[in-house]
Design a protein around this ligand. Sequence first.
Ligand code: UDP
Ligand code: MG
Length: 140
Amino acid sequence: MPIQQSLSIIKPDATKRNLTGKINAKIEDAGLRIVAQKRVKWKQAEARKFYAVHKDRPFYKDLVKFMTSGPIVMQVLEGNNAVSKYRKIMGATNPKEADKGTIRADFAQDIERNSVHGSDSAENAAKEIKLCFKKAEIVG
Ligand code: UDP
Ligand code: MG
């Protein structure tokens, strides 16, 4: 299995409810390593750029508003098949459809306030990591 990296974000709904540690425990229990982590508050322009792929979707404006509403924790996760492994432990976008025991099933509030972001492909992971971290901030 290939060692991969994925970009994770703990979203404002989760930092607000003090869930960073509980989410990190699920990440580490799944065998992924948190090799970079920083807590920041996004400006509108940063959120718009990160979610530019969704700019024509009806939820884009609200999503940018939500993602700039409070602190977020950006992370680089590393491990075997990190991209698909993290998607699996995150659970479905809509927490009502998320498998039992996943981060979103346990913590998400609704389809928007769904506690975490995770890259959806190795290609997008590389782009997102580059957007969020300097090389020197990632320590494997
Ligand atoms: N989102 C939303 N309404 C929707 C779909 C998505 O508010 O109908 C938000 C939600 O926070 C989601 C993010 O937009 O996590 C990005 O959507 P995507 O389809 O990429 O879902 P993800 O990859 O996060 O599961
Ligand atoms: Mg996505």
